[in-house]
Design a protein around this ligand. Structure first.
Ligand SMILES: Cc1cc2nc3c(=O)[nH]c(=O)nc-3n(C[C@H](O)[C@H](O)[C@H](O)COP(=O)(O)OP(=O)(O)OC[C@H]3O[C@@H](n4cnc5c(N)ncnc54)[C@H](O)[C@@H]3O)c2cc1C
Length: 245
């Protein structure tokens, strides 16, 4: 039995390792578009903030370690571009070399996850998002750049878990942080009586929190808000949720 798995993070690697535990003979191939598998997503904001100091701490497994422990063929920088369900094959592109090939399967598991949503506003391409290790490296480098410049500030669109974790870590790095949240409270899963306490805690640490307002445009070093206001922004983060891939 040959099982192909698309996506090599939490869902895909859990499926691969569980399958190995259930079947010693299965052939397992995992395709992962990014350069890393099974990394510590939850730690990414804390690496940006310098709380996690060693990058290797984010990388729980490598393709080699998975292969050694679970005899799974893990192919990073490799994208599955199409599925032919009748023929039971997938089309694959090696992103490093551009080589395209097909692989056949008995079972196909899709674990492609979800990508950060960036609103279609002018200047949206200037917003950074955080999902994987490459994003983390880019964000950490941007924080260094911003701290070296004159506008040492960040605007974070979105007052959910990832937005607030980044706020905490940007403060740790010395940035002036504003969280802009479209809803009337941050932390949508909480009742407002609890969410306001989280907001007060953020404010006590110097974070500005603006609710009931959205970012309508991202300029060079500023953002425009739906109430007509503008904010200085050395960097801008979109942390307003994800969309299934
Ligand atoms: C910054 C951050 C902090 C988080 N903190 C926490 C936390 O503290 N607690 C918690 O419980 N959860 C946390 N999460 C959420 C958790 O990381 C996700 O729920 C989890 O990663 C989802 O795993 P997944 O495998 O379904 O999808 P993903 O992690 O999205 O992985 C899917 C992978 O599939 C790959 N892929 C997609 N399409 C293809 C294709 N066609 N071919 C090949 N590969 C493809 C993608 O490149 C991606 O790497 C956090 C997430 C982030 C981003």
């Amino acid at each position: 039995m040959r099982t192909l798995i698309v996506g090599g993070v939490a869902g895909g690697m859990s499926a691969a390792t569980r399958l190995r535990r259930m079947d010693e003979t299965a052939e397992i191939i995992v395709f992962e578009r990014s350069g890393h598998v099974s990394f510590a997503n939850c730690g990414l904001p804390y690496y940006v903030g310098g709380v996690i100091t060693h990058r290797e701490a984010l990388l729980l497994e490598t393709p080699e370690s998975i292969n050694t422990r679970f005899q799974a063929d893990v192919r990073v920088n490799t994208e599955v571009t199409a599925i032919d369900r009748a023929a039971k094959t997938v089309s694959v592109r090696d992103l490093a070399t551009g080589r395209e090939y097909t692989e056949s399967y008995d079972n196909l598991i899709l674990a492609p996850g979800a990508a950060p949503f960036v609103p279609p506003i002018p200047g949206a391409e200037r917003a950074l998002t955080l999902r994987n290790v490459a994003d983390t490296d880019a964000m950490a480098a941007k924080v260094d750049d911003v701290l070296a410049g004159s506008e040492k500030s960040a605007v974070i669109m979105g007052g959910g878990f990832i937005g607030l974790e980044l706020a905490e870590n940007f403060v740790e790095r010395g940035l002036k942080v504003t969280v802009v949240e479209l809803a009337n409270q941050i932390m949508a899963p909480l009742d407002v009586e609890m969410a306001i306490r989280v907001q007060w805690e953020l404010e006590s640490r110097g974070v500005d929190v603006i609710t009931g307002v959205s970012v309508t445009e991202i300029g060079e070093g500023t953002v425009t808000l739906s109430d007509g206001g503008t904010l200085p922004a050395g960097m801008v983060i979109a942390a307003i949720g994800v969309r299934p891939e």
